[in-house]
Design a protein around this ligand. Sequence first.
Ligand SMILES: Nc1nc2c(c(=O)[nH]1)N[C@H]1C(S)=C(S)[C@@H](COP(=O)(O)OP(=O)(O)OC[C@H]3O[C@@H](n4cnc5c(=O)[nH]c(N)nc54)[C@H](O)[C@@H]3O)O[C@H]1N2
Ligand SMILES: Nc1nc2c(c(=O)[nH]1)N[C@H]1C(S)=C(S)[C@@H](COP(=O)(O)OP(=O)(O)OC[C@H]3O[C@@H](n4cnc5c(=O)[nH]c(N)nc54)[C@H](O)[C@@H]3O)O[C@H]1N2
Ligand code: SF4
Ligand SMILES: [Mo]
Length: 758
Amino acid sequence: MKLDRRTFIKGAGAGTAGCVFATLPGSLAALGQTELQGSAESIASICEMCSTRCPISARVVNGKNLSILGNSKAKSFGGAVCARGGAGHSQLYDKQRIVKPLKRVGERGEGKWEEIEWDEAYATIAKNLNRIKAQHGAQSVAFSSKSGSLSGHLFHLAKAFGSPNTFTHASTCPAGYVVAAKAIFGSKIKRDLSHSKYIINFGHNLYEGINMSETRGMMNAQMEQGAKLVVFEPRFSIVADKADEWYAIKPGTDVAVALAICHVLIEDDLYDKAFVAQYVSGFEAFAKEVKAYTPEWAESVSDVPAEDIRRITHEYAAAAPHAMVDFGHRSSFTTEEFEMRRALYAANILIGNIERKGGLYFGKKAANYNKFAGEKVAPTLAKPGVEGMPKIEAKRIDMVDEQYSLLWSSGGIYQTILDATLDAVPYQLHAWVMSRTNPMQTMTDRARIAKTLQKLDFVVACDIYISESAAYADIFLPESTYLERDEEIADKSGKSPAYYVRQRVVETIGDTKPSWLIWKELADKLGQGEFFPWQNMESLQLFQVNRDMPLLKKIKQDGWVSYGKPLMLREREMVKTFVETYPNAKALDEDGTYASQLKFKTPSGKIELSSDKVEKMAPGRGVIRYREVTMKKADELFFIQGKVAVHTNSGTQNVPMLANLMSDNALWIHPVTAGLLNISSGDAIRIYNETGSEEGHALITPGIRPDTVFAYMGFGSKNKELARATGKGVHCGNLLPHVTSPVTGMNLHTTGVKIAKI
Ligand SMILES: Nc1nc2c(c(=O)[nH]1)N[C@H]1C(S)=C(S)[C@@H](COP(=O)(O)OP(=O)(O)OC[C@H]3O[C@@H](n4cnc5c(=O)[nH]c(N)nc54)[C@H](O)[C@@H]3O)O[C@H]1N2
Ligand SMILES: Nc1nc2c(c(=O)[nH]1)N[C@H]1C(S)=C(S)[C@@H](COP(=O)(O)OP(=O)(O)OC[C@H]3O[C@@H](n4cnc5c(=O)[nH]c(N)nc54)[C@H](O)[C@@H]3O)O[C@H]1N2
Ligand code: SF4
Ligand SMILES: [Mo]
């Protein structure tokens, strides 16, 4: 596509830096007006306004506007998108979006950029990475990306290059609940919120931290099943607002309440003994440990009244097995996250809700599902593997310690990049290639990240905006947005197999590329092209479907293809329907279920409520137990964060439509605390601790504990390129110390702060 570049302003800042609508080099504005070309027919695709990745259906209307709706074929998503999903066009056509490769011409982070061609960008990266590899070894280059198709291609490049050091956002988000699930069940587990009759929620913020299918699931449970919702949250979140009961739990003490729930279940004889006998190993050791965790004790730790813990536990057990203790999502509220998430799982195991409606279940992917059905109900996808990849001898920088061995190698402990760069622990890093990640905002200790980025020999960022982190790059690579990209078919199986695919809806705007192409072209320049044998995305997709053209066509046409009947192994009605549908299906158990087929990928093949494997990895942790941790000094307040419904993490502050809705995060302060400090709503305040200091403004509300303050995360960006966001609000990462939690490797998002009126 030829573009009119008359309005391109050469050089950095162009004398207008600081002005809100300064034209950034390489931005859509700098490239001038572009035609809106794309499909007038609805195209099925996948949203990427957040990593929930909901199925969507989008089209160009009258060559002018873009309509984005949910894909109605994907029933559990309710055929809808959230506010951010609906704002995809605003990101696509944002004049401040970067649509041309850039090279840094000033100091790192100074904001001086010059447009370059892709060839020059690749050549510069290849020259530097190959030099660093020759001098220090390939392992001295770290690669990081949000997980998904994007990380798949980047990490493939990392392996071809010879580095084991690949990182997703795992240790800043899901590693807590995933590592705990792997310890107990041997693999991840899902929740069937929509059929639950009783939900106990520990800070799973589903009405603000939106995941369309789970958010819908919880809404369905509440509205259609009349489910009771009990919420433990230090602040009055929207979930708390919609709950039947809300308890302002003390931050970081969820583990105490969860263990007290287990205590009551066992001591009051409310647990499912048959389930425990059949499926659980290590119950005795757990029960012995839990004896001490009375509701009275939990009250002294958490401020949740003992009598309520008792009553709630009895109500929960009465609703069993169609009830759940939601195990949450984003960590990390405490360094004891591993114990906390395991305790939450334990409260589910004890009521035997595994593979029961309204409880927890395992994803039923095609291969497994077909085995049960005794026929090929759903196609299985091939995984493209490339032969002859270099063998990597070097150890990863993070998993040198046995206790972290439940982490997965493509996830890892992201923040160890800082230790390896600044302190050569366990060895020196020299370069960082990052894509779709903004650690300056989303990791912890911003100052330490800035130092890291200053110290490295070479930094590459691939993004759609010059984020706070990308602002420190030597080379900036502009990715096409999700609305301009084709990607692989992805597995989205739930109770039965399902696939979906991302397809481009509009023609590429400006000079951007999808990441699969970027990393393939870079591999060519690095001399590793042989490891990227696919010509284009369609050849990859065809490989995935084993060259079954009609199948590929169907997946693309419908965008969401699901197979079979929903199956939960211990749910009699479901199993009955399943067996009636598939005549060659596996034989039923005597009780008419597949209960005997429920197996776990743990060393014992059972649910390991207590685990020898964990004891070996992390001595003292084989049995779940409470450990006191000091999260703040006595004269400090807890500082906690959460998502807001109209923004995604650190990624959307500059999207015009969403910035218009909200561009600032007030600090929630309790009236009593505010009164002592003479702070009123709207007052300018300082929030500070040993890690950093931020200015913001106050929101006085009784919807928060007096000893706690809260801010929505993702605001207060400090680089000047994000003109709509810069300097607005409290930058959370600037206040959080650099901490790594035991076993999960998690960053810690709760800390102590002081506040003062300015
Ligand atoms: N609108 C929107 N939706 C999103 C996202 C987004 O950025 N914006 N991000 C997506 C992503 S990446 C994720 S991981 C999910 C996250 O989904 P969630 O994990 O549900 O999201 P958070 O808002 O981080 O939830 C944390 C909640 O815990 C509370 N909290 C803090 N400390 C404690 C504590 O010690 N105990 C208890 N019980 N509660 C505590 C906070 O007040 C907050 O409400 O959301 C996804 N959906
Ligand atoms: N203090 C604090 N820190 C947190 C959290 C918290 O609640 N409090 N939440 C944590 C959680 S749950 C998560 S998941 C992480 C998320 O942290 P990150 O993984 O860093 O993700 P985002 O902030 O969502 O976005 C990262 C970047 O992706 C860019 N981007 C968006 N779309 C595309 C695209 O299509 N291609 C490319 N190349 N780039 C794109 C955005 O411009 C943005 O700069 O943050 C964690 N950090
Ligand atoms: S939750 Fe919203 S922003 Fe995230 S993928 Fe779904 S529609 Fe898009
Ligand atoms: Mo996340």
